[in-house]
Design a protein around this ligand. Structure first.
Ligand SMILES: [Zn+2]
Length: 407
């Protein structure tokens, strides 16, 4: 199977965009040197020989380039950066969704669409979904994120309005539909569930079968750096997506995916950019021709916590700088696939009693993902001194991250 989403002859005439991105990256102090010996990008092999970009590299480039949209506004959105202030990705008004809509139309004029991606806090998904709904000409209910005790009232409202479509992050959608199922609320008119931001959750399908038996899933894959890369339909497996023609997807020999924009209007310099997702190019059983992208999960220290990326190594490094702390470990407790609680366990030096409350306050203040993901229940972030970290009895190793599933 090929390692690129486009054939060499399809890609070659469009690589001028990649060459322009390379020229922009060469102007960035701190990145320019790595492109020595790569004078040009004329072929896919030439592209594959370029060094890949990581999230920090892209943030370095953006801080220097400060790109601006040709028309209308330039929007700044959260681009990773789980520590401290948010790092940013840029996009023009419209968020490149016209190109997505040209190839993927889950919504039509008859739909009543609830946009349940959180708005504000520099999150991008709410706004790109709104742009898609705008192009579709449907009715939009811009709901955003709501607190746990508000689900019941809003679900009744959705049922009464005959809502036909809803979109959100799978872990948030899971809360909506688990609540509806438990409360006996049914959404018989709901036919479409749009999702983006995390892997699909099988439990969601189980709840949907009860709450909204007509509903089918429509997935997008992307990031704030790349914007929407690929989409799928109810006929595709949930981990398999069809890349858009403006997005060149590459599966490297080490199994990591990287992305190169072929859109001349893209503000972020996306050139062999790695999101940290592992994957492969394959054929999709939906029988649509051309290479499809299968996502096999993340391969870096970033885990998804309620739809946001948390860099576990950064949290641990922070904790281990605290006086009296020998080692730290992050323990995530999930209930039904959703992160319910996050604990930082501290193995302390003999006779030391580190300031756990102080460290907790520091971590919440310094870690954007924690303060944002737990904004409604900050008490579920805990820091605790222990005499032993949680080890894996089989391997004898003590992992930085332990994920526990509670019934
Ligand atoms: Zn498919």
């Amino acid at each position: 199977m090929t390692s690129f989403s486009l054939l060499p002859e399809e890609a070659a005439p469009r690589l001028s965009v990649a060459r322009r991105t390379l020229d922009r990256l060469r102007t960035v102090p701190g990145l320019a040197g790595r492109y020595d010996g790569h004078p040009d990008v004329r072929t896919l092999d030439g592209l594959a020989a370029l060094p890949p970009l990581a999230k920090d590299d892209l943030n370095t480039a953006l801080a220097h380039l400060e790109p601006a949209a040709e028309h209308a506004a330039t929007w700044l959105f959260q681009s990773g950066g789980s520590t401290g202030a948010p790092k940013v990705g840029y996009a023009p008004t419209g968020f490149y969704m016209a190109g997505v809509h040209a190839h993927w139309q889950p919504l039509d004029r008859s739909d009543v669409f609830v946009n349940a991606w959180g708005a504000g806090r520099m999150w991008g998904a709410h706004f790109l979904a709104a742009a898609l709904a705008d192009l579709s000409g449907c009715r939009i209910i811009a709901l955003g994120s709501v607190a746990r005790d508000e689900y019941g009232g809003w679900l009744e409202f959705m049922a009464a309005r005959g809502v036909t479509a809803v979109g959100g992050t799978p872990s948030v959608l899971r809360l909506w539909f688990a609540h509806a199922r438990a409360a006996g609320i049914r959404l018989p008119a709901l036919r479409k569930v749009l999702w983006l931001g995390e892997a699909w959750q099988p439990q969601l399908a189980e709840d949907l079968a009860v709450v909204a038996p007509q509903a089918r899933r429509w997935g997008m894959f992307g990031s704030t750096e790349t914007w929407v890369v690929a989409t799928n339909t109810p006929d595709c497996p949930p981990d398999t997506f069809h890349p858009l023609p403006d997005q060149l997807v590459h599966a490297d020999r080490d199994g990591l995916l990287d992305f190169t924009t072929l859109n001349p209007h893209m503000l972020n310099p996306v050139l062999r950019y790695r999101t940290g997702d592992a994957g492969e190019l394959t054929t999709c059983p939906c029988s649509r021709p051309g290479p499809a992208m299968r996502v096999l999960g993340r391969r870096d220290s970033v885990v998804q916590v309620r739809g946001l990326g948390l860099d576990v190594d950064e949290v641990i490094a922070h904790a281990e700088r605290t006086p009296g702390v020998a080692r730290a470990q992050v323990v995530i407790t999930q209930q039904g696939g959703r992160v319910a609680e996050l604990e930082v366990l501290l193995l302390t030096d003999p006779d030391a009693s580190p300031d756990t409350d102080g460290l907790r306050t520091e971590l919440l203040a310094a870690t954007f993902t924690l303060s944002t993901a737990f904004q409604h229940d900050p008490g579920n972030v805990r820091v605790r001194a222990v005499t032993e970290l949680i080890g894996n009895e089989r391997t004898g190793k003590t992992a930085a991250l332990v994920v526990r599933e509670e019934a």
